[in-house]
Design a protein around this ligand. Structure first.
Ligand code: ACO
Length: 409
């Protein structure tokens, strides 16, 4: 007869070695809320006061003065680059922007209806087939792999967009900066300088955010000493979910479903009554408006002043007012995903590329954590609280009665 698991049972095998003192037993925290998973000097969030810093620098200052590549250098190597370091870094990234024709051909076999995040995950993993692995931990290899990933991920996102429309990918242009080149590859048109600057700032804002789900995923994968392409591919898969990076797409779907300013209150009240999450709101850490949402909102306004207002902006403002009114007491305010979609729409980026664009930015954070992880690596291997049975007898197929439930979890 099966016996239920009890907390004092041990199933470890003796090795004959004196047992190491086990770490203190912690209470189970769903979602690991509040459980430190690492020590990190890369970024800092104060969720009560709405503060985000990269390497100690306020996100607002970086958004106002830095560029995405300069910020990436800061995140990965811990300091702002000198003139020479930045010039070399930018040069190396330009040099590695092109992708192998086999990767382009592989994309041509993907279904046009496939989600671009799935295409990106597969393409990022495929990079591992072309570039040597198992050279870890080696600083030169880390730099080279980081450059390849930073350079090629935007090209792969833009290439899939062309391929699924039945066109050949547009080659990167060496005379354009990182953000401008991506917008050019996407729209086959050199972007307005303000659009390029705003997009570059969006990349800064999305570059890093402590141990969120995708970064944790990257770190767990990195801790096995696998190659960086597998690290980034696993993080891309995690970012794709609607509770994480996928929320910015859903914000636009929600605004579309609401349709008019008059519908905002009934729509939001219905969501709250039916306990549905309102996309682009709430955050595990921030209990005030996400500082990135504030910067993004101001970027959206700059763009609208120059290129025309997005028809969803008034709706978004009303959604923010109503949600803050109804749920502000629970600390639920706009997060980074709420206004980013409106900016991306104005830049001509299709809705299902919003999350891949997020990934383009977040590669820098994932790589920074990858490098930091390797410096003091220990494979991630947490424990679990077993809630199943023991000593379950094996039944022959003739004896079995169906117990499987396919309607519940
Ligand atoms: N809409 C309505 N209620 C919400 C929302 C929301 N967006 N977010 C949280 N709540 C409520 C929950 O219903 C819950 O209420 P209760 O205590 O009365 O049951 C309470 O706030 C706590 O919510 P949790 O889901 O437990 O909070 P958690 O920290 O686990 O979730 C998360 C954070 C996943 C971001 C959540 O706020 C959410 O699902 N938001 C919508 C999706 C989204 O915008 N994701 C992007 C996050 S930013 C990023 O990943 C880049």
């Amino acid at each position: 007869m099966a016996t239920p698991a009890t907390s004092d049972r041990t199933h470890g095998q003796s090795t004959g070695e004196p047992a190491k003192a086990a770490p203190p037993v912690c209470e189970f925290r769903p979602g690991l809320e509040g459980v430190p998973a690492t020590q990190s000097a890369i970024s800092f969030v104060d969720g009560k006061n709405g503060i985000l810093e990269y390497r100690g620098m306020a996100i607002e200052e970086l958004a106002a003065h830095s560029t995405f590549l300069e910020t990436t250098f800061l995140l990965i190597w811990g300091c702002l680059p000198t003139h020479e370091e930045l010039a070399e870094f930018e040069h190396d990234i330009r040099y590695h922007r092109r992708i192998k024709f086999r990767i382009r051909d592989m994309m041509k076999c993907f279904p046009d209806s496939g989600h671009p995040m799935d295409a990106l995950q597969a393409s990022a993993a495929a990079l591992g087939l072309f570039y040597s692995r198992r050279a870890l931990p080696n600083p030169a290899y880390i730099r080279q792999a980081a450059i390849r990933l930073l350079a090629k991920i935007p090209t792969m996102v833009a290439a899939f967009q062309s391929v699924r429309k039945g066109n050949d990918p547009i080659q990167p242009r060496d005379d354009l900066g990182y953000a401008a080149n991506f917008l050019y590859m996407l729209n086959e048109k050199e972007p307005d300088p303000l659009a390029a600057r705003v997009f570059d700032t969006c990349l800064i804002l999305h570059a890093e955010h402590t141990i969120n789900a995708s970064t944790f995923s990257a770190m767990v994968t990195a801790s096995t000493m696998t190659d960086p392409y597998a690290v980034v591919a696993s993080a891309v898969g995690t970012l794709a979910g609607p509770l994480h990076g996928g929320a910015n797409e859903e914000v636009i779907d929600m605004l579309e479903a609401i349709g008019s300013v008059e519908n905002v209150e009934p729509y939001i009240d219905r969501c709250i009554a039916e306990k549905q999450k309102i996309m682009g709101f709430g955050h595990r850490v921030y209990k005030v408006k996400d500082p990135r949402a504030t910067v993004l909102q101001s970027l959206a306004e700059q763009l609208f002043d120059k290129l025309g207002r997005d028809r969803y902006y008034d709706l978004a403002l009303e959604v923010e007012r109503v949600v803050s009114d109804r749920l502000g007491h629970k600390g639920i305010y706009p997060n980074v995903d709420f206004y980013s979609g409106l900016v991306y729409r104005r830049l001509g980026i299709p809705t299902d590329l919003f999350t891949p664009v997020f990934a383009i930015a977040r590669v820098s954070g994932w790589l920074a954590h990858w490098r930091e992880q390797l410096a003091t690596n220990r494979i991630f291997r947490p424990t679990q609280i077993y809630t199943g049975e023991h000593h379950v007898p094996y039944e022959s197929i003739e004896q079995r009665q169906s117990k499987a439930s396919f309607d519940t979890f």
